[in-house]
Ligand binder design. Structure first.
Ligand SMILES: Cc1ncc(COP(=O)(O)O)c(C=O)c1O
Length: 328
């Protein structure tokens, strides 16, 4: 189940946390698997000002759904998709010089001589995923300015280990980023908006909040790491529920791995590893009453076997529903 009210709640919390910075809701990869369009709509309604996607196609999906807010394509589009990006009014990220020229040609070709298309530059300050090196930024920015069709809308970077508050690399990345911005300003270049914070930066490193915070994982209600849990009140957006197919009471010494004292009332859910639910998500499955199951009605007599009053064998467990745990 995807709880869009939880998205709204998380966005409100993150907007409040971000202070003067705007919130960019990262909805790439189909909204981290939650559904990009409904999550984007809920996020915008709750106060996000930008959306972030990885690919032009993902931006097209949001535009097709009628979303008009600014969309940053977080990675540099392939050279043959700049025209589409222009038509869709997306903001492309650039980190290669040839992409500046392709973007300018796309803007001129599709928008004519009056086109002014805002692009953003991504600099690699230590994440080592994508982005240009700090030494390249000034020249690429100068190319953008030299093109009448382009506007330098922003410069950004991405934090590598902000989810571990003790690591010195976050401050080092911030300093590297600030040096890049100072170089641009010294050259008389206005960088536009500047941003570096992901969820972990926004939550744990106030100094990284700048003009925009780009939040993904926290938007979906998950703290970026155990160390950051509870620093902002997040609600999980996705939950998996399963019907209980079988209940039993396990007595002390009655199980091979589990030896509960007092006896434990357990439910066995219909979904588990065999359905692709594994690891942490499997242990978070919550039992749900199986409606109208004829086996239940027959075995317990009262029809309330899943409330902990009957184990299918006529014994009374005396413990409530909260004691049912997944058993695989
Ligand atoms: C450039 C960029 N910014 C922000 C994010 C969001 O990061 P998080 O999910 O840690 O908030 C991502 C996600 O990978 C990203 O690629």
């Amino acid at each position: 189940m995807v709880d869009l009210d939880a998205v709204s709640h998380n966005v409100s919390e993150l907007v409040a946390l971000a202070g003067g910075a705007q919130l960019l809701a990262v909805v790439k990869a189909d909204g981290y698997g939650h559904g990009a369009v409904p999550v984007a709509q809920a996020a915008i309604e709750a106060g996000a000002k930008w959306l972030g996607v990885a690919m032009v196609e993902e931006g097209a999906q949001l535009r097709d759904a009628g979303i008009t807010e600014p969309i940053l394509v977080l990675s540099e589009p392939s050279l043959d998709s700049f025209e589409d990006a222009f038509d869709l009014e997306l903001t492309p990220t650039i980190y290669h010089r040839d992409a500046v020229h392709v973007a300018a040609a796309a803007a001129l070709g599709r928008g004519g001589s009056s086109a002014r298309w805002a692009v953003q530059l991504k600099v690699d300050t230590g994440m080592h995923r994508v982005g240009m090196s700090p030494a390249e930024v000034r020249d690429v920015a100068a190319d953008v300015l030299a093109s009448e069709a382009l506007v330098l809308g922003g410069v950004f970077s991405h934090l590598a280990v902000a989810d571990d508050p003790g690591r010195p690399e976050t401050d080092e990345q911030v300093q590297r980023f600030e040096r890049v911005l100072a170089t641009l300003r010294d050259a008389g270049i206005d960088p536009g908006i500047t941003h570096i914070a992901n969820s972990a930066g926004a939550i744990a490193h106030p100094r990284t909040r700048r003009d925009l915070v780009r939040c993904g994982i926290s938007l979906y209600g998950i703290a970026p790491s155990p160390a950051l849990t509870g620093m902002v009140e997040l609600r999980p957006v996705m939950s998996v529920t399963a019907e209980v197919s079988h209940t039993l009471t396990v007595h002390a010494g009655g199980g091979h791995r589990l030896r509960p004292d007092p006896p434990l009332r357990r439910g066995h859910p219909c979904r588990g590893a065999s359905c692709g639910v594994r690891g942490r998500s499997a242990s978070q499955l919550r039992p749900r009453r199986r409606r109208g199951d004829p086996r239940r009605r027959a075995s317990g007599g009262s029809g309330s076997g899943h409330d902990g009053s009957d184990d299918g064998g006529g014994r009374t467990a005396g413990r409530d529903r909260g004691d049912h745990r997944p058993t695989w």
